[in-house]
Structure formats: C-alpha cells, structure tokens
Write a protein of this length. Structure first.
Lengths: 176, 202
C-alpha cells in the first residue's frame, strides 16, 4: 500500500467525520460543504465504455425510422389529395346534377310547409289578442277598479294590524 | 486549442441534425445520468437502460428546450420523469439493506483505471455505507441529495427540476442530511468511532 493510497483513504474518512461533526453541531453550511466533499470522494458508477456509442446509434436509428415514417405519411397525404381531386374533377358533372336536384327537392317540399305553419301560428296569435281585448274591456270599469283597490287597501291594513299585535305579544313574552 | 462548446450550442446543433454534437452531449452527461438513475433502481444495467431512454426522450424534446435555461436542469428534469415513469409502471420495491450492501461492492468496483485495489477497498467501504444510508431515506429526500451532492446542482436548480419551492428544497436537504447522519452514526460511523469492519457495512 503506497502513501498516496493511505492518505486518500484517511481523507475520505476525515471528510465523513467532518460532515458528521458539523451535522451534530448544527452547522448547516459547514455540513452542506462537507457532505459535498464526501460525495466527491465516493466512487461513481461509470457507464460501460460502449454506452455513448450505443445510445447515439439507438437515437439515430429512431430518428431515421421517424423520418421514414414522416416521409411515408406525407406521401400518403399527397396521394390522397391528388386522388380526391381527380375523382372530384372526373365526377363533377354527375355530382353537380345531383346537388341541383337535391336543392330543388328540398326547396319544393320544405318551403310550402314552412309557410303553412307560419300562417297558422299567426292566425292563432291574432285570435288570442282579440279575446284578450274583449275580456279586458268587460272587466275594467271605474266602479270595479275602485272596489279592487279598496279591498287591497283593507287587506294591507289588516296585515299591518296583525303584524303589530304579533310584535307586541313577542315583546310581552320576553318581558315575562 | 479548440474552445469547448456549451451544452446549449450542442443541443441546438443536435436538433439541427448534427450527430457529432449529440454524441458530445451524451458523452458529457452519460456518467451523471447513469449515477442518477442508479440511485433509484440499484441495478447498473437497468440504470443504463433508463439513462438511454432519458437520452432518447431528450432528443425527442430538443425542440422544447429553451437555450436561456441551464441545460443540466432541463436534462435532469427529463431524466427524472423517465425514472419516475419507470418506477410507477414497475412498482419497484425499496431495495433491502442487504441488497444495497451487495451493491456497495459493485460501486466499489468502478473507477478501476484510476485507483489502486487498496484505495478502492477503502472507498468502497465508505461508498457502501453512504449508498446504503441513502437508500433508506425517503425517495424525495434522496432525490434532492443526489442532485445536490452527487450532481453538484444548486438549490434553485433543484427546485426548478423538481418543481418545488426553494424553501422546500432547503428543508428537504436539511432533513435528509440529518437522517443520513443518524443512520451512519447508528452503524458505527462517526468522529469518535473506530473504523467499522468491512463486514459491518459491506
């Protein structure tokens, strides 16, 4: 065992002792520094020598695969667009005729129904308005309005009187 | 002498299709990534797989990376999500202390080129003890400890990665250190204790 080895070994132990002493003494900063020195002295796990090359080749294989996939996807999208355009162009006279027929069919069947429903609804609304006007004119006369207002006023007075009586009873109970 | 390009520049070039820039980025973050995932899965091969998955996701999302942001923060955020996804799907149990002690041997078996067997034995013992203690604290505490002390990130960077307030990160770190210290002290590590035997921790 040479002198350097002995010194290094003692150094590690000394660092461990220094950290534990600092920790026991509650010296936070000193303990932090001492533990950092101790960790620096502890041997590290070294990756295999081929690790870097293997990692790079793995990542570059993934990169190449992804590029191939992307290229394939772009090619497929382009082919799809071109094929769709070609089909649409070649079938456009037929498709155009079908579209016009569909619009004419829908318009011919739906529009008359919509007009019929709207006129029925409008008629019902006008009838309701007429009935309402007749009922209101029959009910609203000066005498009837005066009677209703009078009843309402009497009701409010009765409610106020009850409220006062109830308050007085609560107060009386409290005093007892 | 060529000037070292920044992570943000490499990320930009990788996004543009530069394999060399991406390779450089992977080389820079390979060890931190594997170390980060290893602390959660305790299996070196699985840690490498997760790190590789993390690098793939980083590449897939390079278009979302904001160059004004520190690359390491963004990288660890992505890697953390990959790790969490894996842990959720596979419902990995917390590793037992015995299993972790075995991993201590594994951890001690790294860095072979740069250290003598005696040095590795001494460091391995310590690594085993620290690794075992780390595995026994709460996962959210473990996360902040790994990011702070293993990856050397600042508290604001950790807060950004975890989506937590800076005050919470500080509290987590404080509590995590306390718990780690208590666990190690209970195992016989400490200023006044004699060096624990290998059988005790490894």
């Amino acid at each position: 065992m040479n002198s350097d080895t002995i010194r290094d070994r003692k150094m590690d132990r000394k660092q461990l002792d220094a950290w534990l002493m600092a920790e026991q003494g509650g010296e936070d900063d000193a303990a932090d520094t001492a533990l950092a020195h101790l960790f620096a002295a502890v041997p590290k796990v070294q990756p295999r020598s081929a690790f870097v090359e293997q990692t790079v080749s793995t990542v570059w294989r993934w990169r190449a695969r992804r590029r191939r996939l992307l290229a394939g996807a772009w090619t497929a999208v382009a082919a799809l667009i071109i094929a769709s355009a070609a089909i649409a162009y070649s079938a456009s006279p037929l498709l155009g005729g079908l579209a016009v027929k569909a619009i004419a069919f829908l318009t011919g069947h739906i529009v008359p129904w919509l007009i019929a429903y709207a006129s029925v609804a409008l008629h019902g609304w006008l009838t309701l308005g007429h009935v309402g006007a007749v009922v209101a004119s029959a009910l609203i006369t000066p005498g009837r309005v005066a009677a209703v207002v009078g009843v309402e006023f009497l009701g409010i007075l009765a409610f106020y009187a009850l409220h006062r009586i109830a308050s007085a009873e609560r107060l009386g109970d409290a005093q007892v | 002498m060529a000037v070292q390009r920044s992570d943000a520049e490499l990320a930009r070039d990788a996004r543009s299709g530069s394999e060399a820039a991406y390779r450089e980025l992977v080389a820079r973050y390979a060890a931190p990534a594997v170390n980060f995932t290893y602390r959660f899965v305790h299996d070196r091969a699985l840690a490498e797989d997760l790190a590789q998955e993390g690098f793939l996701r980083v590449y897939q999302r390079l278009n979302t990376y904001d160059p004004d942001r520190k690359f390491s923060s963004w990288f660890f955020q992505v890697l953390r999500n990959v790790t969490i996804d894996y842990l959720r799907i596979n419902r990995l149990p917390t590793a037992s202390l015995d299993a972790l002690q075995e991993e201590g041997h594994q951890a001690a078996a790294v860095d072979r080129e740069s250290a003598s067997p005696e040095e590795l034995a001494g460091r391995g013992e310590l690594a085993s003890a620290v690794g075992a203690a780390l595995s026994r604290i709460r996962p959210d505490y473990r996360e902040v400890v790994v990011l702070r002390y293993q990856e050397g990130l600042t508290q604001p960077e950790i807060a950004e990665i975890l989506g937590l307030p800076a005050g919470t990160v500080k509290t987590y770190l404080h509590r995590a250190r306390k718990e780690l210290a208590e666990i190690l002290a209970a195992q016989g590590w400490g200023p006044t204790a004699a060096e624990p035997t290998a059988g005790k921790t490894v």
